[in-house]
Design a protein around this ligand. Structure first.
Ligand code: BTN
Length: 235
């Protein structure tokens, strides 16, 4: 269960950083939400610009997980976000591993930080969803928001509650996996692996991807070993 306790801030450095700095005082499932972040973090060391009007939140999972099980958390978050956006009339897809996109424009991102290496006992899951922002300056890719897609202002608390409810409702990993695959845009795409061309055949349940080349040779690779040709529209 996540979201039983929610700590709210007007401005904070980063909701992920707050959890990391207070990990011993927080319990499994505790959530931190901020209206703005002064040092929002994105994946791969990027900055997540965090102006008012969007959702920025993180939650703590204090459970023993293998590194390979992290993908089930990614699936849970991605599918929850997709299904909620659907409720707000936004049709979104997943760009593996954990970007949520609308017609190749990013609408949400997930940053998972683990504490521990092989066996992980603390996971910080941070999510940013673009909700009421209309223009995106200072980022290199074209981004979108619920507002840009629908021209409607969305209540942030309602959407956060929707997320918590959805996330807590998933129990069947096979069902989740099916939904994740169904919404994944990377399947069938051309990718480079070891300087050779492959197509993505599918994404496996542990988060690895299965590639296939023209000679029908398959490769089971982890994320980071492949590069997807330019995906986002650049500004
Ligand atoms: C990405 O690069 O796609 C991941 C972005 C994650 C942003 C969220 S906003 C709330 C949480 N706090 C952070 O500093 N980052 C995550």
């Amino acid at each position: 269960m996540i979201g039983k306790k929610i700590l709210r801030f007007n401005n904070i450095e980063s909701t992920n950083t707050f959890i990391r700095n207070n990990i011993n005082k927080l319990d499994h499932g505790d959530m931190v939400v901020a209206k703005t972040q002064s040092k929002g973090k994105g994946r791969l060391g990027n900055t997540w610009l965090s102006e008012e009007g969007n959702l920025y939140f993180s939650f703590l999972l204090k459970e023993d997980l293998r590194r390979s099980e992290i993908f089930s958390i990614i699936m849970k978050c991605s599918v929850s976000i997709i299904e909620i956006l659907n409720k707000y009339n936004v049709e979104a897809e997943i760009k593996y591993p954990n970007d949520i996109v609308v017609k190749k424009q990013k609408i949400s991102g997930i940053l998972i930080e683990s504490i521990g290496y092989n066996d992980i006992n603390n996971l910080i899951v941070g999510i940013g969803i673009n909700i009421n922002q209309n223009t995106f300056k200072n980022i290199s890719i074209v981004a979108t928001s619920i507002y840009k897609e629908t021209k409607k202002i969305t209540n942030l608390d309602t959407l956060l509650n929707d997320f918590i409810e959805k996330y807590n409702s998933y129990i069947d990993i096979n069902d989740l996996y099916k939904k994740y695959i169904d919404k994944s845009v990377i399947i069938g795409e051309n990718v480079a692996f070891n300087n050779a061309n492959y197509k993505v055949k599918t994404i496996l349940k542990n988060g690895n991807i299965l590639l296939i080349n023209k000679e029908n040779i398959e490769r089971n690779v982890t994320y980071g070993n492949i590069s997807l040709k330019e995906y986002y529209h650049k500004k």
